[in-house]
Design a protein around this ligand. Sequence first.
Ligand code: 6LW
Length: 526
Amino acid sequence: MKYQNPIISGYNPDPSICRVGDDFYLVNSTFEFYPGVPVYHSKNLVNWELINYCLKDKERLYLDGARSSGGIYAPMLCYHEGEFFMTTTNVSHKGHLIVHTSDIYGEWSKPVWIDQGGIDPTLLFDGEDVYFASTSRDKEGRDGIFMCKIDPYTGEKLSESVCISHGCGGICPEGPHIYKLNGKYYLLLAEGGTEYGHMVTMQRADSPFGPYEPCPHNPILSHKDNPDGSIACTGHADLEVDQNGNWWLVCLGIRPSCTPQRGLKLHHLGRETFLSPVVWNEEGWPVVGNDGRIALEMDGPLPGAVQPVCRDFADDFSEEKFSLHYNWVRNPHMENYVRDTAARQLILKGSDVTLNDTDTPTWIGIRQKAFEIEADAVVSLAELGEKQEFSEPCPGKNNDSEASKRVGLGAFYNQFYHYEIYLTREQGQYKVCLAKHIHDMFARTAEAVVASGKNIHLRITSDPLNYDFWYSKDGEHYEKLGGGSTAGLATEGTMYMSFTGTYIGMFAENAEGDFRNFAVKVNKSE
Ligand code: 6LW
């Protein structure tokens, strides 16, 4: 059966997959965004539904002060005798953790913390033993995969951490997963770094502690020398076998933000999740996809028929609950987010924390899942004045300084890279403005006076190379206020190494914003 990649589009990196019967579950890393570690469910490996998060409160997900692309790194999900286990690393708070649950749709346990360094933890249940492995460094500073025995419920180490592999020659051996197959232990790794040299290698041994022999055709997956630039940076994979005995690999990859006319090694949608069939050769080694490469369209013995994929999102705020697709930056102050179902509006109470701060602005967004989108919201800048109660008036800062009042809609990568169209009121005038933050430059690049700050229709349209920002007083006749290159929000251009992807979100700063009919439509061609 043919299917389209990515299977989970938009910023969903470092996938880990497990199967229970004919149900597949998959988790991804989430860094400074909240909630942490989304759980997706599928019956056919192609259509995935977001069903939960593993880390949904501050005890499990402490993100205060987390730098952009800090927080939650690669997770691993597995199932053992009726219990799901998820292990990951909060690089901004206490390191490796494990949570568990018997109900993957419900609440997860409180975290236990593992005293082993590095990132990219993984678990292997092997009879009475449970092994914990992660990427770390030895005393000489050499990168390697370190492993110990643990109690997965308490996090207690039951043996010393020892280095079991330095990889197969690539830099940054990471993302380990260990599988016991036919009496042998297979060690899957990501190597080469998560950029354009990324690759997946395989090794095997008679003992989980090695010594490991490398697969003769390593890397088993890489796009580093692939002239077809439609997918790049493939790596950080996980394997699973379906109920029919067919093997599959999920991995991260990127779709460059380019067009046939303009090749670019830039991406702004983030690292996405891709799927490939896997077959085992006569020597007992895995062969991935098309001789170690994957494609946007692939064919394989899927465990179920593919259903149409819809990536549109709409919220008229008529329901009490927030969609699971909403994320916040770091731990949100939920009192600043009011769903007024009677008036069918979302009230955002801005504080003096702005989108530019390493903090928790009043911002809420969904992952941008395609190059070509049309995002809309009807926005009102609430009347301001002495009656205006800010969520957290900040002593010493003038919460009433008119110039800082902003409520609007934007494309947000992180605090240093975001574009937004917004309402403000200055010297008694209402304006629609466009501002862009790239690196250390933050500027208003366009503005237009409007008669009122009530019910202004804001719109963002995009293609692989550009965002355009529009406004309308009636929802019919739109005027373009300006644009911004997607290159300005590209991961490759960030001044600090970053791992995330672009969101489409609503925000309020130093004012209250009332939002109606938030929607993001995806061009059906993707
Ligand atoms: C992750 C590492 C990687 O921990 O990038 O692509 C890091 N691989 O394994 C952040 O996603």
